[in-house]
Write a protein that binds this ligand. Structure first.
Ligand code: ADP
Ligand code: ZN
Ligand code: ZN
Length: 733
């Protein structure tokens, strides 16, 4: 007998499933993982069937029936369903929302997307032998194409294109009645050993070979490998060779990269190495393209998926290996609604599927490093740079008592001049966009603050606007001080926009380019500017954090970091770790291709032990010291944290709300709160935090569970907005 009741996950912020009836006259079958259209309130929404039941505790007359099934075969398979349920459990996030986020936008809509099935090319059953004979004489390319298609059970156009065939050649064979097109069967894995092109693989160094062997040895079981190696040490080559066997066994590979970490260079390296279909999944794609990747992943017509964090939710039923590049990168963590960490749940998924996962970084996160040191992960280090280049030297420039001009010390200016004179490029790194971080009145010291955040507005000279970097609100620049009427309103401090102006004046013989979120807003602009840098059209580069990721600048031999001091004294215990990662990553952009690079770090605290340790002993030593301190201070990764955030229009509400939660007692959990957030007021809301810390994950989760029960009965529930963040990485938000 088929089920009469369904438990359905629907996209509402409620932590429960909803029961629906199967209509009485319904004749088909409904399976777990399928999408159905259901009434909810006065709307219709797409839900996902998670359980089938033939009895029900709710009075039947209170239940509604589903409206219809979505008959498109694009449902979640059982392993993906299990994975998503585990993610929802782990992050204590509403199941319906987790499923929605895992689903491509077009499949969340009631209106069906019109997607053409992938078509495959086949050789016809009885080819005209004369036509083939003619090809042999006159058209060798067409013949090669025909033979390729003839020797396979169907090949798609993207596959043929990666093998360098053209549409014209394909159409010529169609005209000669030699090949025909058919829709691909739903599950099919199309790449084969023959399609792997390993001609241009490099001979591995001994270090690399040991890692590749170790990964291959764990091919059929869960195991986590951490590869620590500076930029240019050959990590990508290790990934590529570790993938070979997996692809040859007709299994899929998922490669996760940070938000803007995927460069055209990286992609083309994958494409040149493997002639298998590669699909991308990132925020630059439109909804249709993302759906296409999703469907090809599901059908098995995608062999390699390269994507940012949400690519971890793609349905891949033949997944054989996961790679997470730059695993320390903060962009793997989603910072709103469903606050998952793509790297962490990638490990969860690999464990569930019993497959290996490889994490790579020049600067591993303290969490991963600790797991590697304790033996939980296989720990591999690539100590030498592959190829010819040498490691960049890091030098700290003492800013105390130094004459400076535009925030640059005189010896840095000298170094810049010398570098430019050699025809090489200079990168100036300042993690503050805009013209100035504030404006104030020279007479009465009034500062233009955003009323909604109680923080200074950033001056954007180019746009002639004051913009709040916390809530985005904008305002015209006042001509007069609203407090005393003085016209003497001046910028305070320096952002990238101002630095660009100053540097342009100072080095008028050279071209300056600024690369930050403001200068790269238009689609394609970033790629264009980076290309111009590669072509040496600009000699001076000014950039924010954006420049620290992924891109290589072979001709940049001097990197100047203008401002790292903030991180040395931050109350966020991760600030020093993040500063060190940034510094080493930026240093990694310089000095490739046999030209030695140099990094100059300006600081008012040149003797600070953290800076000294990093510069003299390197990241690994710095990180191990940092781990000892974390252990002594009982901080992550030696303890486990969750952060409850609450905000409202009045400060008393969130404060009281958190205070109530602090009454909850749970063995092994410590609760700290209510703590005003670092930015106590943001976009007009007052914000309070509760930090939950436990010695074990289990205690943490049980503690959170108890807190959630308390929240469910709080009378302030309608008055405050709240969220829970498991393993938070930024406590200042
Ligand atoms: P990473 O991913 O650590 O930055 P890559 O794999 O990109 O390092 O390697 C850096 C450079 O060194 C690349 O140009 C690559 O072609 C080259 N390389 C890597 N491994 C080898 C090797 N075994 N022999 C020669 N060159 C290598
Ligand atoms: Zn004034
Ligand atoms: Zn604001």
């Amino acid at each position: 007998m088929s089920a009469q009741y369904l438990q359905v996950a629907i996209p509402v912020p409620m932590r429960q499933l909803f029961t629906y009836k199967v209509p009485e006259n319904f004749s088909g079958t409904i399976n777990i993982g399928e999408r159905v259209i259901v009434p909810f309130g006065n709307r219709q929404v797409i839900g996902i069937v998670l359980e089938l039941q033939d009895h029900c505790d709710v009075p039947v007359n209170k239940l509604k029936s589903i409206l219809s099934q979505v008959n498109d075969n694009y449902h979640f398979d059982a392993p993906l369903l299990t994975f998503l349920r585990r993610c929802a459990d782990y992050y204590h996030h509403p199941l319906g929302d987790v499923f929605q986020q895992a689903l491509p936008v077009l499949l969340r809509q009631i209106k069906q997307p019109d997607v053409a099935p992938t078509m495959l090319w086949h050789a016809v059953e009885e080819p005209d032998s004369e036509a083939i004979a003619k090809l042999e004489k006159r058209a060798s390319k067409q013949l090669a194409l025909y033979q390729l298609i003839n020797s396979h059970q169907g090949l798609s156009w993207p596959e043929l294109r990666t093998l360098s065939f053209t549409k014209t050649q394909l159409n010529a064979l169609v005209d000669k009645n030699l090949i025909c097109e058919q829709p691909a069967p739903v599950t099919q894995f199309l790449w084969r050993e023959q399609a792997l092109q390993s001609g241009n693989r490099l001979n591995l160094s001994v270090e690399q070979a040991i890692i590749v062997t170790a990964i291959k040895q764990t091919q059929h079981q869960f195991s986590c490998h951490l590869i620590e190696g500076v930029t240019g040490s050959g990590k990508t080559e290790v990934y590529l060779q570790a993938m070979e066997d997996v692809l040859a066994n007709n299994k899929q590979v998922l490669v996760l990269v940070p938000e803007i970490g995927l460069t055209p260079q990286t992609l083309s390296r994958f494409e040149q190495r493997f002639t298998v279909p590669i699909y991308l999944h990132h925020s630059g794609l439109n909804d249709k393209e993302r759906l296409d990747t999703w469907l090809n992943a599901q059908r098995g017509s995608a062999a390699i998926i390269i994507g940012t964090r949400s690519a971890i939710f793609t349905p891949l039923h033949k997944l054989g290996l996961i790679i997470v590049d730059e695993e320390h990168d903060g962009s793997f963590k989603q910072q709103d609604s469903f606050r998952y960490n793509g790297r962490d749940i990638a490990i969860l998924r690999a464990r569930q599927l019993n497959i290996p996962i490889v994490l790579g970084s020049a600067t591993p996160s303290f969490e991963s490093l600790q797991n590697a040191l304790s033996g939980k992960y296989h720990y591999h280090q690539l100590l030498k740079r592959a190829g010819k280049s040498t490691k960049a030297k890091i030098e700290i420039v003492d800013m105390v008592n130094q004459p400076t001009e535009f925030g640059l010390s005189s010896n840095i200016k000298l170094a810049m001049k010398q570098t430019l004179a050699r025809g090489e490029q200079v990168l100036l790194f300042l993690n503050r966009r805009g013209y100035a971080p504030a404006i104030n009145c020279k007479e009465c010291h009034w500062i233009a603050d955003c009323q909604r955040c109680d923080k200074p507005y950033t001056l954007h000279q180019g746009q002639q606007l004051l913009i709040c970097h916390h809530c985005g609100s904008q305002k015209r620049i006042p001509h007069q001080c609203p407090s005393c009427g003085s016209p003497r309103i001046v910028p305070v401090g320096q952002g990238t926009e101002q630095l660009e102006h100053r540097i342009t004046e100072l080095f008028s013989d050279y071209s300056v380019v600024r690369i930050d979120r403001d200068s790269t807003r238009r689609k394609g602009e970033l790629a264009k500017l980076l290309q111009e840098v590669t072509e040496n059209k600009h000699q001076l580069l000014i950039g924010t954090q954006m420049l620290a990721k992924g891109h290589h600048f072979p001709n940049v031999t001097l990197v100047v970091m203008l401002d790292v001091d903030g991180a040395l004294f931050s109350y966020d215990f991760r600030a020093a770790e993040h500063m060190a990662q940034l510094l080493v990553q930026v240093a990694g952009r310089a000095g490739r291709e046999s030209k030695p690079g140099k990094v100059m770090v300006q600081s008012h605290y040149p003797d600070h032990p953290l800076l000294q340790d990093l510069v003299h002993n390197g990241y690994n030593h710095f990180a191990k010291q940092g781990l000892i301190e974390r252990q002594q201070a009982l901080l992550p990764p030696f303890t486990f944290q969750a952060l409850f955030r609450a905000d409202a229009n009045y400060p008393s509400y969130p404060e009281k709300f958190i205070r109530q939660l602090c009454q909850v007692r749970y063995d092994g959990c410590e609760l700290a709160g209510p703590i005003p957030a670092a930015m106590e007021k943001k976009a007009g809301k007052y914000r309070y935090h509760l930090i939950v810390q436990a010695k074990s994950r289990k205690a943490l989760h049980l503690g959170i569970h108890a807190i959630l029960q308390q929240i469910a009965v709080s009378e302030l529930l309608g008055k405050v907005r709240w969220s829970v963040d498991i393993d938070p990485i930024d406590l200042s938000w």
